[in-house]
Design a binder for this molecule. Structure first.
Ligand SMILES: [Zn+2]
Ligand SMILES: [Zn+2]
Length: 183
């Protein structure tokens, strides 16, 4: 039978919670900074809203399904206006009692000590991968005029140019790779 606890604020679960049950659902509201999600380029404007389900498989293995969403505010790289984006990640992982170093694991398998299940790192990486690589307020954003700096979404300037809109960071992957490294 499904039982729900009060809303929690972490993505760490204790197997004692599953001692007498084979299934349990949790709701969590997790501060982004507690997962190390803190960046200059990205402002998290809501806590991570998490729905997590634990299913016992056999004696100690636990199948974890999680759905996590939040809202971020970022600056458009063309017109430098801030805008909001919803990001979300869905995880399905099988936690198996064992130790990381001894065995080769499948992509969706995690080893754990039989007591504590921690999906923080998987959620952190999932959310980062769901962030847009290019922060653009719209595919159609005209950006700033590279000559006079006027924001071309709202104004027209008299410069004659056929150049592409100015881009503030020439490497779209630099921000992403920096985030994935930073634990
Ligand atoms: Zn824009
Ligand atoms: Zn101009």
């Amino acid at each position: 039978m499904e039982t729900k606890e009060d809303v929690r604020d972490t993505l760490v679960f204790d197997m004692k919670d599953l001692r007498h049950e084979d299934f349990k659902a949790f709701e969590a509201l997790v501060p982004p900074a507690s997962l190390g999600l803190a960046y200059e380029e990205v402002e998290f404007i809501e806590p991570l809203s998490c729905s997590v389900q634990l299913f016992r498989q056999g004696n100690d293995n636990v199948y974890v399904a999680a759905d996590v969403e939040t809202k971020i505010s970022v600056e458009c790289r063309r017109c430098i206006s801030p805008f909001e984006v919803d990001i979300r990640t869905t995880l399905e992982l099988l936690f198996v009692v064992g130790s990381e170093s001894l065995e080769q694991r499948e992509a969706d398998e995690r080893y754990y000590d039989g007591e504590t299940l921690d999906i923080s790192e998987d959620v952190r990486q999932g959310l980062i991968l769901d962030m847009p690589v290019w922060f653009l307020c719209s595919e159609m954003c005209k950006g700033l005029c590279s000559h006079c700096g006027v924001e071309l979404n709202h104004e027209v300037c008299s410069c004659e140019t056929t150049e592409e809109p100015a881009v503030l960071d020439s490497n779209p992957f630099s921000v992403l790779s920096k985030m994935l490294e930073n634990n």
